[in-house]
Write a protein that binds this ligand. Structure first.
Ligand code: HEM
Ligand code: NAG
Ligand code: NAG
Ligand code: NAG
Ligand code: NAG
Ligand code: NAG
Length: 516
């Protein structure tokens, strides 16, 4: 290889360029340079945004904004809370050069999430989402009228009456949980793994109508593939990078990726590489088999099919969403709950007392009466207040420019919530210190905007009632049969880790003892 003196020399030696006159090459290079300079100045100007709006911001860096600090340490929610202390209840920060407003001001949030929710009918774009109006959007990422229509069709599918139909399946899965735990009496076990398989079992049964019995098959390939899906989602990737630092190009880039994928899939089997594709294809197949076979089952897929007003794409995408939105959130909430039961033994005694007050035998537990155990309800709410799991997914994007509490909000601006500040606010949760784990605080009626574990307003978590039901059934079956022994290291704080979902950094180990 020769060493080239300068760039023109180098270009001259490239064969394919030889045919292009040097003049045109310079023109192209010059043109690209100008475009880059224009883009750089656009980035530069973006950072004036919050100054003009009159909101404070933490110190940011050119190009990165505040993003490095936010994603490097996996403590996004804690950082927002720290910023609130420094910059007030409503402030701004930059993801790359994309501005985000953060608030823990009740009046401000009341406007955005409730009163003016029609002016905020979209979420922050996430890296897996594509063009706003694409028919592939499921409820979580859909925007404007598409979201509104879909949500009003789907709301009834999550009503208490419809959930009752799923009750027997949840009981089946909870019985299996009890069964597998039975053989682990007085042994130290990794309870996180048991809850994961329980939740996976519940979703495949309740949503897809497929009984794989993950709990008795720890090494099941479907379980591993679904787990891989979540690992894939929480890892950094090129789309996330583009979304963070070149947000203007996210939509076109996504379209290019999808096009390439479609084209190359003739030659390469992407479902082997990309767990999302494997999962989607699998769910799609389940829907097709159901629709062709004229099979009627009592599961969530049936409820979606019965809606009739949903297109086949919408049924498929929303069914898949059940897993993506409902798996980690629920299994992690169970882990937190079990950790609290082990750590606060007096609370465990109270929840157990409340359960045996309600039920003479385990067989009595069903999806109606489990909701009537008041202390269990307060306990679950306190677990979710103390350890909110979905803090970073709560956001609203302005779809119709407006003014909120005197602040001009332009179309496209994203509002996020500082959940921890609200969950730890003594005015909202006192008089007992919010830093204390204290279920009876939920006996007092609180401001609805004090609790954010499921978001708020017409776009809150649609699976909330289902999640409560699942948590309560699993916990009552478990406590009815087992005592959870005190943790080995009682005084250690649980170390957390936040990437999408805010979860314990390490799996939780506990020891169970059978009750007589
Ligand atoms: C303990 C368990 C769960 C937690 C903590 C949780 C939390 C959340 C949160 C914080 C949001 C955002 C709400 C907002 O922006 O205001 C959300 C949205 C959502 N969740 Fe859940 N979730 C749980 C279980 C489930 C389950 C089991 C499903 C089953 C379908 C589900 C489906 C959804 C959907 C579809 C959305 C989007 C709603 C929309 O945009 O209209 N979630 N969830
Ligand atoms: C976030 O994590 C980093 C690294 O562990 C730590 O230095 C920082 O203090 C944490 N921030 C907050 C607000 O907890
Ligand atoms: C947790 O329990 C498992 C046994 O199920 C054991 O192998 C592991 O070492 C335990 N982990 C810790 C951190 O104690
Ligand atoms: C914004 O809202 C007003 C009335 O509330 C409506 O007339 C207008 O069409 C909306 N604009 C957009 C872009 O949706
Ligand atoms: C939405 O914003 C417009 C201003 O663009 C405002 O006039 C209207 O009242 C807002 N909608 C609601 C429901 O407050
Ligand atoms: C729990 O189990 C998983 C998978 O078997 C393992 O990777 C993890 O290290 C375990 N955690 C603890 C605390 O033992």
């Amino acid at each position: 290889m020769e060493i080239f003196e300068n760039i023109n020399d180098f270009i001259y030696h490239l064969n394919f360029v030889k045919s292009i006159p040097l003049f045109w090459f310079r023109v192209i290079i010059g043109f690209l340079t100008v475009l880059s300079l224009i883009y750089l100045s656009k980035i530069w100007l973006s950072y004036r945004f919050f100054k003009k709006l009159g909101l404070k911001t933490p110190k940011y860096r050119f190009f990165y904004g505040n993003q490095l600090e936010l994603i490097q340490n996996n403590n996004y929610s804690e950082i927002l809370t720290e910023w609130t202390k420094l910059y007030g209840k409503t402030f701004g920060y930059y993801e790359g050069h994309f501005p985000i407003v953060v608030s823990s001001d009740l009046e401000f949030l009341q406007e955005v999430f409730i009163k003016q929710s029609t002016n905020f009918s979209a979420r922050k774009k996430i890296f897996v989402s594509r063009d706003e109006d694409a028919p592939e959007h499921a409820l979580f990422t859909a925007s404007r009228n598409r979201w509104k229509k879909m949500r009003s069709i789907m709301n009834p599918t999550f009503s208490s009456a419809k959930l009752r139909e799923l009750g027997p399946l949840l009981i089946l899965c909870a019985d299996r949980l009890k069964q597998v735990l039975d053989s682990q009496n007085e042994k130290e076990i990794n309870i996180t793994q048991f809850f994961k398989r329980f939740t996976m079992d519940s979703i495949w049964n309740c949503a897809f109508g497929v009984d794989i019995d993950f709990q008795n098959n720890a090494d099941n390939i479907y379980f591993k593939r679904c787990e891989a899906l979540f690992e894939f989602l929480s890892k950094p990737n090129i789309l996330l990078f583009i979304g963070n630092y070149f947000h203007e190009f996210l939509d076109p880039f996504m379209e290019v990726i999808l096009f390439l994928e479609k084209f190359l899939s003739q030659f390469i089997d992407f479902t082997r590489i990309n767990p999302i594709l494997w999962f989607m294809n699998h769910v799609f197949e389940i829907v097709e088999i159901r629709q062709k076979g004229n099979i009627v089952k009592k599961d969530y897929l049936q409820l979606l099919i019965n809606c009739q007003t949903l297109t086949t794409i919408e049924v498929k995408q929303n069914l898949a969403l059940f897993m993506i939105a409902g798996y980690e959130t629920t299994s992690i909430a169970l882990t937190y709950a079990c950790y609290c039961l082990a750590k606060y033994q007096d609370e465990q005694a109270k929840v157990y007392e409340a359960i045996i007050q309600q039920f003479d035998s385990e067989e009595e537990i069903n999806s109606d009466n489990v909701q009537e155990v008041e202390y269990l309800d307060m306990f679950v709410k306190e677990v979710l207040r103390y350890y909110p799991t979905g803090t970073s997914i709560i956001s609203r994007r302005c779809t119709n420019s407006t003014t909120v509490k005197g602040i001009d909000i332009a179309e496209g601006l994203v509002v996020a919530v500082d959940v921890l500040s609200l969950h730890q606010d003594a005015d909202l949760w006192g008089p007992v210190d919010p830093k204390e784990f204290y279920p009876p605080r939920h006996a007092v009626k609180r401001n609805p905007l004090a609790f954010w574990s499921f978001g708020n307003g017409p776009r809150n978590c649609i699976g909330m009632k289902f999640a409560f039901l699942e948590l309560k059934i699993a916990l009552s079956k478990m406590l009815f049969n087992f005592e959870i022994l005190p943790l080995k290291n009682m005084n250690e704080e649980l170390e957390l880790f936040e990437a999408f979902v805010r979860r314990p950094k390490y799996d939780v180990n506990v020891t169970l003892r059978k009750r007589n």
